[in-house]
Design a protein around this ligand. Structure first.
Ligand SMILES: [Zn+2]
Length: 77
């Protein structure tokens, strides 16, 4: 087992590993465009209900992760 995680950013919905927050934004927007329900729900609940391009979403995700990643592990009911 390798302890160091190969992907610094992991999708909170499907655990897909991506290179950075920009990659996560692209992945989330892509999933939302395919109306992938779990990802759409996560975006609506945690980031925004607005549709936006990955470059915009990346900024919001950046702000969110900057406020401490451990707190984001709390899943709302
Ligand atoms: Zn995902």
């Amino acid at each position: 087992m390798v302890t160091a995680h190969p992907a610094p950013v992991v999708c909170p919905v499907c655990a897909l590993g991506v290179a950075d927050v920009g990659g996560l934004a692209v992945h989330l927007v892509d999933a939302a465009e395919r109306s992938e329900v779990a990802h759409v729900m996560w975006l609506n609940r945690h980031v925004t209900k607005r549709r936006m391009p990955p470059s915009e979403l990346e900024k919001l995700l950046d702000e969110r992760t900057a406020h401490g990643s451990s707190a984001s592990d709390r899943v709302a009911r």
